[in-house]
Design a protein around this ligand. Structure first.
Ligand code: HEM
Length: 489
């Protein structure tokens, strides 16, 4: 291990700092007698141990993180006034946490599942979090469906296992998932490591410049290591042999100085083009084809430092899509809007109200100046400063400049589906993805999907699932039907 052990001088102590005389034998009433309540070291150790865990993330529980640097390589000031992007050559510290989605904290890494790609930029205007995945799209397009979706990916309340019935029931009843499900069962569905995959912001976000002009953008992180994937068979073996394969690979690469990097870019859509674009630009189940909006490459991100303590820096790290900085903001994507609430709420529950004060989470290039105070594990950082505003004693005050530009809206309130643009439907981009694949890729895709669908116990769910792929492309549906029939006999 490259990491040096933390060595302290002097005797072992209790949490309160008193020297410990014996850390091997608890105190008893006479030799061989019962243990005494006055052995405070024993009680303290057992009590502390019982409280070592915090709730794991309800999704993306299993992950690995590393620190690094983001460097601007091309001018993007015509599009955003974000200070960390203001100059070519400018560097910003980052922390990135990769993850799988469905598995629990102890699950294996080499599984077919999207990978989380959450980046925290420690900018001089506060922390900017981009909480993305290794896939450009997602299964659903409305946050109200997220808890149901995740329930189908997690353990069944009766069997206690992930069930193909639940997974395919939900996907087949949510045809908008067809694009992402096709992506997930293709070659990129099981990356060889966290280093060998791309990252995406996935959602559409707003950039806005000094002049107050707004743009819609989609982020891309292209791996400089090259894409490498595992086949279903390779993954099955690796998951059993080395459940920590991704985590180990990342740590060891950084330890040997083989720093992974990504080239960072955005697709940029002028705001005026959004209403008439052929796809709804705020629909997370769709990409913007690069022929429509090419990628502007503007940065390089390198990971070069491992965390020293996994619990403190990875388990307690928090990322929120609501952590914006001036020049960057949300879009009306309904999924994103739901996420703007969900993450802060998760952090308050999982890590606590002062989670932002922890070293990995607090701003590194500026300081947080708020009037919020107290709560569990408050460290007294504000000392005697006034805790209200406006006040007559100096202290932080508002800037009167919004982080992002206002967005025009019309209509009445209601439970509405996302607007459908001219070429939109649930299948068109899944079909395009299928038709882009080579014959070999198509074969593996169909085999992977058939492997999952064939485990479903009910014919109606099987037929509905196949029908979604049939609508994406008739050949896709025909091959899948044959493959499923062959497996089900
Ligand atoms: C409405 C839809 C969604 C909801 C409600 C939601 C909710 C959550 C919650 C509650 C967590 C755990 C946070 C924590 O405990 O710290 C989480 C983690 C995460 N989510 Fe989502 N999520 C949604 C969609 C997405 C999408 C579309 C992406 C990617 C494009 C994504 C990427 C991630 C990542 C990368 C993490 C792990 C962050 C980390 O490393 O700490 N999620 N999500």
């Amino acid at each position: 291990m490259a990491q040096e052990a933390h060595v302290t001088q002097g005797p072992l102590t209790t949490e309160a700092g008193a020297p410990v005389s014996d850390n091997q034998n608890s105190e008893t009433a006479g030799v061989g007698g019962p243990v005494l309540v006055q052995d405070q070291l024993l009680l303290e150790k057992l009590a502390h141990f019982n409280r070592e865990r915090i709730p794991e993330r309800v999704v993306h529980a299993r992950g690995a993180g590393a620190y690094g640097t983001f460097k601007v390589t091309a001018d993007v000031t015509p599009y955003t006034r974000a200070a960390f992007l203001s100059e070519v050559g400018k560097e910003t510290e980052v922390f990135l946490r990769f993850s799988t989605v469905a598995g629990n904290l102890g699950a294996a890494d080499a599984v077919r599942d999207p990978r989380g790609f959450a980046v925290k930029f420690y900018t001089e205007e506060g922390n900017y979090d981009l909480v993305g995945n290794n896939t450009p799209v997602f299964f659903i397009k409305d946050a109200i469906k997220f808890p149901d979706f995740i329930h189908t990916q997690k353990r069944d309340p009766y069997t206690g296992s992930q069930e193909a019935d639940n997974v395919w029931d939900f996907w087949s009843l949510s045809p908008e998932s067809t694009h992402q499900v096709t992506w997930l069962h293709g070659d990129r569905g099981i990356p060889a490591s966290y280093r060998h995959m791309d990252g995406f912001g996935s959602h559409t976000y707003q950039w806005n410049n000094e002049a107050g002009e707004a743009f819609w953008v989609k982020y891309h992180f292209k791996t400089d290591q090259g894409i490498k994937n595992l086949t279903a068979e390779e993954a099955e073996i690796l998951a059993g042999k080395d459940p920590d394969s991704h985590q180990r690979d990342l740590r060891e690469a950084i330890e040997r100085g083989d720093y992974p990097s990504w080239t960072v870019g955005v697709q940029i859509m002028p705001v005026a083009e959004a209403a008439t674009y052929r796809f709804n630009p705020f629909d997370l189940t769709k990409v913007w084809p690069h022929a429509d909006y090419p990628i502007h490459w503007f940065g390089k991100m390198e990971l070069n430092r491992n965390p020293e303590n996994i619990f403190a820096e990875v388990e307690q790290s928090i990322f929120s899509p609501a952590h914006f900085v001036p020049g960057i903001g949300p879009s009306p994507d309904k999924m994103l809007q739901g996420r703007l609430f969900a993450y802060g709420d998760a952090h308050r529950y999982r890590v606590g109200i002062n989670a932002d004060h922890l070293p990995v989470n607090r701003p590194h290039a500026t300081e947080a100046r708020t009037h919020s105070r107290d709560g569990y594990l408050y460290d007294g950082r504000h000392k005697g400063a006034k805790n209200y505003e406006p006040n007559s004693f100096g202290g932080p005050h508002q800037t009167d400049r919004a982080l992002w530009q206002p967005v025009a809206v019309t209509g009445v309130t209601g439970e509405t589906v996302a607007p459908v643009h001219t070429e939109d439907n649930d299948f068109v981009q899944a079909g395009n993805l299928y038709r882009l694949m080579t014959e070999d890729e198509k074969e593996r895709l169909v085999a992977n999907l058939a492997g999952g669908i064939s485990q479903v116990s009910r014919e109606d769910i099987v037929e509905r699932a196949i029908n979604n792929f049939r609508q994406a492309d008739p050949d896709f549906g025909k091959r899948l039907e044959a493959a499923v029939q062959a497996l089900r006999g």
